[in-house]
Design a protein around this ligand. Sequence first.
Ligand code: ITT
Length: 197
Amino acid sequence: MISLKRYQLVFATANANKISEINAILMFTPVTVVSMADIGCTDDIPETQPTIQGNAIQKAEYLHQKYQVDCFSEDSGLEIDALKGEPGVHSAYYAGNRDAQQNMNLVLTKLGRKRKRTARFRTVIALILDGKQHLFEGICEGTIRLKPSGTGGFGYDPIFQPNGFDKTFGELPAETKNRISHRAKAVQQLYDFLQVL
Ligand code: ITT
């Protein structure tokens, strides 16, 4: 099939689901998204920066410097005000081993019965196009429940209640989460940018 798309972007993720998901979202843009494997990259890209934005930039720059390709990356995390922004950049490995249950337990133990439970999910997308960097950010504000509720989503979803709802991300339908989430907002900005190229 002849592709009429004018740009090919490499997505700096090892997650194949994320690639097909984003290609569906970017269907009406001049962009096709391909995987790292498609350009022969099987590297485990380092994520050693102290911020979510820093890690997103690090991943995109790694691919751009090594392969000279147009590319983008995404990094996300949960920031809890009463824990001074933790788990933040450490969200995936907060309790040590990428276990969502243990991560949530650690958050709930550290928070105890504190009244201040405000938090936000943050996603940063770093795009490098024609050698220029562009950043897109999506934020979803909410509060941390006293205990987990619901089995939907992943990660911290069962303890995070987005503002304006009385259910956690773990209880809300996926369509609702995908409409209001940090990731949805960041991807929407990327979409708006790419559509007018
Ligand atoms: P990659 O392989 O794509 O990097 P990841 O699991 O590291 O996947 P993210 O960088 O998007 O995913 O997010 C880091 C962690 O932040 C993730 O492991 C979760 O613990 C948490 N997190 C991010 N987005 C979340 C969401 O929508 N709901 C619940 N937890 C989330």
